[in-house]
Design a binder for this molecule. Structure first.
Ligand SMILES: NC(=O)c1ccc[n+]([C@@H]2O[C@H](COP(=O)([O-])OP(=O)(O)OC[C@H]3O[C@@H](n4cnc5c(N)ncnc54)[C@H](O)[C@@H]3O)[C@@H](O)[C@H]2O)c1
Length: 273
């Protein structure tokens, strides 16, 4: 069955790493891209490159620089997307958000225990990390659902990591957010399935990938070394591996995959040594 609706992808974390690569891959596959990102000064040059790459393959790039965990800014961003949808409908097209990707990296990388309280987690750091890296998914999906942007064939993908079930000294706060994110996806998957609207929600568990977010983890060099030894393919995951997997998994015929965690890592997760 052909889908002649206008496909949009909403990418939360669209300016770098997995979100950037997935946006470009989806643009090449015919999607229009709405990208949410948080960048300052020098990084804005890269954002312009990301947008230009999307436009160069014949797509559209509606990018908004904002904190994805801000309720008012989320409403304004969805108004901007809705305005594009109104234009599309006026031109006789039928737009919908087929792909939602949650790919936000914005966490406190500190241990729970440290002699100096400034070097350890506190309530603010814990709640900010949980809010951006986990809970924001729920609020975006609620609004997308209520506004009718999600339709039959829509897929929600949330980026998780092995850190949801493993401990690394500085990763405890992000670990807890990943565990919550996986739980949120299960809940959304069940509730969406019960609506009977044909919308699914799953996690993508990428292997260790060389991105700006990885480089911020104090143990990054050691993690890369271990990954290179452990990954049975002999290489690390790339953002493009994730992008092409999301394009394929968002195509026709995958509508009964729901509430799952799908590894995109070449077999890294299942390999013990
Ligand atoms: N890199 C890895 O090894 C790896 C492995 C598994 C899962 N992941 C997960 O994949 C996701 C993407 O990670 P990445 O490595 O591509 O990171 P990245 O640093 O390359 O990209 C992060 C993106 O999030 C955006 N962002 C951060 N905070 C934001 C906020 N408050 N509001 C709006 N935008 C915000 C940034 O602007 C950027 O576009 C994260 O959830 C990360 O935990 C990463």
């Amino acid at each position: 069955m052909t889908d002649d609706r206008e496909r949009w992808a909403l990418i939360l974390g669209a300016s770098s790493g997995m979100g950037e690569a997935t946006g470009l891959a989806l643009a090449k596959a015919g999607y229009k891209i709405a990208g949410i990102h948080l960048d300052f000064r020098a990084a804005l040059t890269h954002v312009e490159e990301v947008k230009a790459n999307i436009v160069a393959v014949g797509s559209e790039a509606l990018f908004i620089n904002m904190n994805a965990a801000d309720d008012e800014k989320r409403a304004a961003a969805l108004d901007a997307l809705e305005a594009r949808f109104v234009e599309a409908r006026a031109a006789g097209r039928h737009p919908y958000v087929r792909v939602v990707m949650h790919s936000l990296a914005f966490g406190s990388l500190v241990p729970f225990l440290a002699e100096d309280p400034k070097g350890a987690v506190d309530r603010k750091k814990m709640e900010m990390t949980q809010d951006v890296m986990a809970n924001s998914l729920v609020y975006w999906v609620q609004d997308l659902y209520r506004r009718g942007f999600l339709e039959s064939g829509s897929h929600i993908w949330a980026m998780t990591s092995e850190g949801s079930t493993r401990v690394v000294p500085s990763y405890g706060v992000v670990s807890s957010a990943k565990a919550a994110l996986e739980s949120h996806i299960r809940q959304l998957a069940m509730e969406l399935a019960r609506t009977g609207k044909g919308i699914t929600a799953n996690c993508i568990r990428a292997g260790v990938t060389d991105t700006p977010a990885l480089r911020k983890i104090p143990e990054a060099a050691r993690m890369i070394e271990i990954t290179m030894a452990r990954n049975p393919t002999g290489r690390m995951t790339t953002p493009q591996d994730v992008g092409s997997a999301i394009v394929a998994l968002s195509a026709e015929g995958t509508g009964f995959i729901n509430g799952d965690i799908i590894s995109v890592d070449g077999g890294e997760f299942i390999t013990g040594s």
